[in-house]
Ligand binder design. Structure first.
Ligand code: IVH
Length: 665
């Protein structure tokens, strides 16, 4: 079926709404991806067609330079808090008194209080116009670039008669699962770990670069309307929310309407408290609102909060206990994380006896010692953490990073420029095992096609694979005896192990997973030293002579090859038949372009990677941009600015055909 561009955009938006807003997908991921690719292709062919409501427009091309200030037409207020049932009831008793009605006659609407940050999203004639943070209530910051990336924010309202103006107010938050995923990734990459989903959401919305927000799975749920110019005269808050849902927004789960009696508030609170942990997002309380908009208007505001709504907060999720000891856990990348062992304490419904301390800088910041009384904080499913020292212990003992890894006894070193410490055990450290093996076997490394992540984990957990050298000891039956595997698939694995044995020195070096030694570094080192014994014997100073190799990489390589256990594993692998042609042999081949810098631009008939490898084998360095130092530019079809720059600077330009006929062997 051939769809027009507009039909395709509409269809994808409908599917997107079903998936992200209703949590009820209409089609398979594959079908969705297929349509999305068709959309991309149409837009690439006809850039003039691109519609602002197209899914492709969610992520802008460029980061912004600064946050523009935005004045709110209607002030963005906060809510008064109630910390007990009595305080909640008192709040509405007071309102009822002012209205001269009985409290139980008030129609109350309850909503989960989402724990994120308030954002106002403006629509003009049905289209997303801009979005702003609350700021000080009067002036906020324009964060449109990030809010547009949120899939549950419609770029076009779902209606044929859009209001002239609509400002939708609500909470941007990060679901618990997205938060955990983000922190897991951050830990793997040794980058900043967020304390809780609220901080993660706020930090993400205040990023300059929308590409970051696009990757983080934020969500938006509306809870009120700010400015509105449209045809409806709403009488109830719940009706207004219903209208927003009909326009394509996501519904706040577990909203209830009831009359404001003591029993009703009590029952509602109990229900919400017991639901809390099972919700996909953090909530820090319940917001109770008088549903009638006219009544809201009569009551108005006091100071900075309405007299018709109150936030019933859940009890603090903190408790005080004693720090008994600190253990160090070794993660899959070798980073050691201090973990607090605590006198068990009951916090927000669970008994806590361990809490993360993140890293040594955090311990220093807290001024923490073993024996201290500490405050523990727990929010929902989030791992409990030590928030602060309440009282110093009498015989307090300072916390020190162990000199040796608690798992494998290898030396522990601080990662240069970071708060983290790492075990140098590398290949022999069981804590780092499975991931190292996965890296080694991956497509970009040894490319052992049939030895995938799942199989590696099974073989690692059952003890077949302890180190990468064990890959070459796998027997047919080790795999054939596993559930879901047979002789044929086992043979395929063995065949692909065999086929992977012929490799390149740089590939093998990268596959070892030496910290801070990636593909590029491995290539440079292999090219410089030309064979493995020379690399193994290289000193720090010698390694520093390698182009583009810095002190972190140099030290890491020295540490790695100084370790007898790593050397034994490497020797085992070579004995198992892994071979490569020494770079020397390659280097002897003519290197007519040695010392030159070349640039590739435009569309080439061979893959860009291949052209790059060809140039590198000829001795050239391949750069990403043209400068006076560039020796030659290879221009494919549709070459643009780089070609123009080369011509401007008088740099030699060669077309692809000439390049290939001259150099391709
Ligand atoms: S109503 C005029 N409803 O809580 C009052 N706020 O502590 C408008 N929040 O700034 C707010 N969930 O960011 C409302 N269902 C909900 C909410 C909610 C979370 C936040 C909101 C507000 C803060 C006040």
């Amino acid at each position: 079926m051939n769809l027009s561009y507009e039909q395709l955009v509409e269809r994808l938006n409908l599917w997107n709404h079903a998936y992200y807003v209703l949590d009820d997908p209409l089609v398979s991921d594959a079908e969705y991806d297929h349509a999305f690719r068709a959309l991309l292709a149409m837009e690439a062919e006809h850039p003039d067609l691109v519609s602002p409501q197209s899914l492709t427009q969610r992520v802008g091309a460029k980061p912004i330079d600064e946050f523009k200030k935005v004045e709110h037409g209607v002030k963005m207020l906060s809510l008064a808090n109630a910390f007990s049932l009595q305080e909640t009831v008192d709040f509405f008793d007071k309102a009822a008194k002012e209205l001269e009605v009985s409290p139980s006659s008030l129609a109350i609407f309850s909503e989960p209080k989402l724990d994120g940050l308030a954002v106002a999203i403006h629509y003009h004639r049905g289209y997303f116009s801009y979005a702003a943070t609350r700021g000080d209530g009067q002036i906020g910051e324009d964060v449109s670039h990030n809010i547009k990336t949120i899939q549950s924010v419609p770029l076009k309202l779902v209606t044929n008669s859009p209001p002239e103006k609509l400002e939708v107010r609500g909470e941007v938050f990060m679901p618990k699962a997205a938060f955990e995923k983000l922190n897991r990734l951050a830990k793997q990459q040794n980058s900043k770990v967020f304390v809780n989903p609220r901080n993660a959401a706020a930090g993400t919305v205040r990023q300059m670069n929308p590409q970051i927000a696009a990757k983080r799975d934020l969500q938006f749920i509306p809870y009120s309307v700010g400015e509105y110019q449209g045809e409806y005269e709403f009488t109830r808050h719940s009706e207004m929310i219903g209208y927003l849902i009909s326009l394509g927004f996501k519904r706040n789960p577990h909203c209830y309407a009831f009359s404001g009696s003591f029993e009703a508030f009590a029952e509602n609170y109990q229900r919400m408290e017991s639901l809390r942990d099972s919700l996909p997002m953090e909530i820090d309380g319940i917001v109770y609102k008088i549903d009638e908009l006219a009544t809201q208007q009569t009551l108005g505001f006091i100071a900075r909060s309405p007299k018709w709504a109150v936030a019933r907060k859940f009890p603090a999720q903190q408790a005080t206990t004693q720090l008994l000891d600190v253990d160090f856990q070794v993660g899959r990348t070798g980073v050691l994380t201090p973990v607090a062992r605590l006198e068990p304490v009951f916090v927000a419904g669970v008994t806590v006896s361990n809490a993360t301390l993140h890293n040594m800088d955090e311990i220093e910041r807290l001024g923490l010692c073993i024996g201290d009384s500490v405050e523990i904080q727990r929010a929902g499913d989030v791992i409990p953490k030590v928030a602060k020292v309440i009282e110093q212990g009498e015989n307090r003992k300072s916390i020190t990073m162990p000199a040796r890894c608690p798992v494998c006894d290898s030396v522990v070193t601080r990662i240069e420029g970071q708060a983290a410490f790492r075990c140098t055990g590398g290949l022999i450290c069981a804590a780092q095992g499975a991931e190292r093996i996965e890296h080694y076997a991956s497509r970009r490394c040894m490319n052992i096609i049939n030895l995938g992540t799942k199989l590696i984990e099974v073989l690692y957990n059952n003890g077949t694979l302890k180190t990468i050298a064990d890959i070459y000891k796998i027997q047919l039956n080790d795999i054939a005896s596993l559930e879901g595997q047979g002789e044929k698939s086992a043979q395929n694995v063995l065949d692909s192990i065999e086929a992977s044995k012929t490799t390149k020195l740089s590939t093998f070096l990268a596959a070892l997973g030496i910290p801070d030694v990636g593909e590029g570094g491995s290539k440079n080192v292999a090219k410089y030293f030309k064979n493995l014994p020379a690399i193994q014997a290289a000193s720090f100073e010698e390694l520093m002579q390698v182009p583009d190799v810095g002190p972190v990489t140099a030290k890491s390589i020295v540490d790695f090859f100084r370790d007898e256990k790593n050397l034994a594993i490497v020797a085992d692998i070579i004995n198992a038949g892994v071979v490569w042609q020494d770079e020397q042999a390659e280097a002897v081949q003519a290197q007519p372009l040695a010392g030159q810098t070349w640039v590739l631009t435009g569309t080439l008939s061979i893959p860009r990677q291949e052209a790059k490898a060809l140039l590198e084998n000829l001795g050239a360095k391949v750069a990403g941009s043209v400068s006076k130092k560039t020796d030659c530019v290879v221009a494919g079809t549709e070459a643009g600015s780089k070609l123009a720059k080369a011509q401007e600077l008088g740099v030699k330009v060669m077309n692809e055909a000439t390049f290939l006929s001259e150099f391709k062997l």
